[in-house]
Design a protein around this ligand. Structure first.
Ligand SMILES: [Zn+2]
Length: 109
């Protein structure tokens, strides 16, 4: 039974045309994003990292975020990591904060 640790969520996106694949020269890629987070009993407490990239539609080789042009990287980050999606990875922290506030309020009431 794992009570705490880190987990990752893989998000698949759209098909885009990009730079030629370094392995097979194919130019169509699937976009993807991975968000990792610290969890407590499978409830996300806070995100630890996120990464987006392109996966070649032919040979499946990936182009990680750091090897992409700046504009492509920005577009992928906008696509996969909008504010609401990152916020959901803080849901455990928000719940713990609410419980702490309720306990403190009850103590001083
Ligand atoms: Zn390829």
């Amino acid at each position: 039974m794992v009570i705490l640790g880190t987990r990752g969520t893989v998000l698949t996106g759209s098909i885009v045309e990009g730079p030629a694949c370094s392995h097979c020269q194919h130019t169509f890629f699937n976009t993807f994003g991975v968000i990792r987070y610290f969890h407590l009993s499978h409830i996300p407490v806070f995100p630890t990292s996120h990464e987006a990239g392109l996966k070649c539609g032919h040979c499946r080789r990936t182009l990680a975020e750091e090897s992409l042009p700046k504009e492509t990287k920005k577009a992928l980050i906008r696509e996969f990591f909008p504010f609401w999606r990152v916020l959901t990875k803080y849901s455990g922290s928000l719940a713990l904060g609410a419980i702490a506030l309720a306990v403190i309020a009850r103590h001083f009431h």
